[in-house]
Design a protein around this ligand. Structure first.
Ligand code: GLY
Length: 566
């Protein structure tokens, strides 16, 4: 009896300490803007940003903080933060080195080009988007361990905040409760085992989400490293889940998975240097094309949201997305003419049929002619006191990925297979079309749009940014950069100003609900079809390094995104 009381007393004490931690997991606030002296983290959730800052204060650098923030997001932001998905890290280190780490998911060994076509050749996008067959081999955990090469602290320390959050739980936000309720029916239909995300009554803001299975997986990673996920118990649980749901991922696929360091896309824009992600993300190449196509026009003079400025940017977007659909895919598998696609001469040629005040047409503007020789993701930005900057975008693809939680392991699997072109011309969940370059093949990485980006000024970090949003990621990053580099908006406005988006097909401009009506009228008079979306575009996390060294961190107003710093 005495022992029981003592045990209970210990639990109560531990719980009290946890609840008194710098950011109380049961009572925390979203902070949209922070000005910091030493270091800052901005991510999709206040508890994840707090975990990152805690690591900075414990002596970690920006890479350490980025790893800890991602691990915390895997717990507190299950719709996109993940162990069962993948992502990209772009870094600028204080020694001047630019790095990128690719931990994109891969098609399983059993995958094949026409795996989502029925016997009549009709594509079934439900299979590429929902359930076990939609999942690619997860890359996130391999990405964390490859990132450790540039970190200072051991994984044991970086993973500790995530383990606590999974084991002891945290209060969910209203947005999280809404999302969990929205997908409850699919969770029930698609899962083969009980999971922490399904309960008898609807979720509400303030409910505590405890994830014991996920805590177990995190502890295996802590104790066994990469093998704690890609081999042993976790791999066995993933393979068993796949067998129950007739998915393709095997223990051999998991063991063979490798994250890769890639050569960053680096290009000048006026006085700035842009550092961003190469293939298998289309983001860096498309951003270079977009910025290259508009650079010689007087955007700053025309002004922010001037119809002329928007039209020019839309026409650049039409052309970049046409090229994306035709030419881009995993460069480990297909030859991609990157140099031509991004050359100044090619980009000038692409804009030759641009007519001011007159809408172009995607029926006539196709992918450029080349010489023959040739809805849910999440972003975090970190800057530390040493001058390191890191931008990371990770994804499960749709909200909660394929909606399948690995039985006994507690995390959602991605539905990234839908980012392949499952049949030429068939749109994926973001309406993007593709061709042979992005067809499915075993072991191939599906084309992404994620665009984690760092802007350097005088060789030092100036902006660190990125966003979720599927196909709109590239145009959101493009607009955020233009809003600052050309239109001189303050960081919070650069992030929160209503956005527009064009992706070649469908041939229409999508705008956010708050987009000014008079601008829509002007665009329609030029001949554009403008569609006002019900939802929003992107959730951009931005850190701007001011001239005096202070850091302005901005979390997008469109979600629970939150900035933290010290
Ligand atoms: N799943 C979204 C992307 O990678 O572009």
């Amino acid at each position: 009896m005495r022992t029981t009381w003592l045990f209970l007393a210990l639990i109560v004490t531990a719980h009290a300490t946890y609840a008194q931690s710098p950011t109380n997991p049961y009572r925390y606030q979203v902070q949209k803007q922070v000005t910091a002296r030493h270091g800052a983290v901005v991510s999709a959730h206040p508890l994840a940003s707090a975990a990152g800052v805690q690591i900075l204060q414990e002596g970690g650098n920006a890479v350490d903080a980025a790893i800890a923030t991602q691990l915390a997001l895997a717990v507190v932001y299950p719709e996109a933060g993940n162990l069962g998905g993948g992502g990209f890290l772009v870094g600028h280190l204080r020694n001047g080195l630019n790095i990128t780490i690719d931990y994109r998911e891969k098609a399983p060994g059993k995958a094949y080009r026409d795996m989502y076509l029925d016997s009549a050749g009709k594509a079934d996008t439900r299979l590429s988007q929902e359930g076990h067959l939609a999942a690619g081999v997860p890359g996130a955990v391999a990405g964390f361990f490859t990132s450790l090469r540039y970190a200072k602290l051991p994984m044991k320390k970086l993973i500790a905040p995530a383990i606590l959050l999974a084991e002891k739980g945290f209060a969910i936000t209203e947005a999280e409760a809404r999302n969990l309720n929205r997908y409850a029916k699919m969770f029930r239909q698609l899962n083969t085992r009980p999971c922490a995300f399904v309960k008898a009554t609807p979720w509400k803001a303030g409910d505590t989400l405890v994830q014991p299975d996920l805590a177990g997986t995190l502890k295996r990673i802590r104790d066994k490293g990469r093998a704690g996920f890609y081999e042993g118990e976790t791999a066995r649980l993933i393979a068993a889940e796949m067998q129950r749901g007739k998915g393709f991922i095997t223990t051999a696929d998991l063991k063979a998975y490798e994250a890769k360091e890639r050569t960053p896309v680096v290009f000048p824009y006026k006085d700035y240097t842009i550092v961003t992600m190469p293939l298998p993300s289309s983001g860096g190449i498309a951003l270079q094309q977009l910025m290259g196509m508009v650079e010689d026009y007087p955007l700053a003079k025309w002004g922010f949201h001037a119809p002329q400025s928007i039209q020019l940017m839309v026409e650049a977007e039409r052309r970049a997305y046409a090229d994306r659909a035709q030419y881009l895919g995993d460069a480990d598998f297909v030859k991609v003419p990157v140099e031509q696609l991004t050359s100044k001469a090619y980009l000038a040629e692409r804009m030759q049929d641009y007519e001011p005040q007159q809408a172009g047409s995607s029926a006539t503007v196709k992918a450029g002619k080349l010489l023959q020789e040739s809805m849910e993701t999440t972003h975090l930005s970190v800057v530390d006191s040493e001058g390191n900057a890191v931008a990371v975008t990770t994804t499960l693809n749709g909200s909660y990925g394929c909606k399948v939680v690995v039985g006994g392991a507690g995390f959602f699997l991605n539905n990234e297979m839908d980012d392949f072109s499952i049949k030429p011309g068939v749109p994926n969940m973001y309406g993007l079309v593709g061709a042979a370059a992005n067809a499915i093949a075993p072991g191939k990485r599906m084309l992404s749009s994620m665009t984690p980006t760092i802007v350097l000024l005088d060789k030092r970090p100036y902006l660190v940014t990125g966003t979720p949003g599927g196909s709109t990621i590239i145009t959101s990053v493009f607009q955020t950069l233009m809003n600052i580099l050309e239109f001189s908006l303050p960081p919070d406005q650069a992030v929160n100003a209503p956005k527009f988006h064009h992706q070649w097909l469908p041939d229409e401009i999508h705008v956010e609900p708050q987009f000014p009506a008079d601008i829509i009228d002007s665009l329609e008079q030029m001949g554009y079809k403008v569609v006002t979306l019900r939802g929003t575009i992107g959730r951009t996390e931005l850190i701007k390094v001011n001239g005096d060294g202070t850091l302005e961190a901005v979390g997008d107003g469109r979600g629970d995104d939150s900035a933290a710093g010290y």
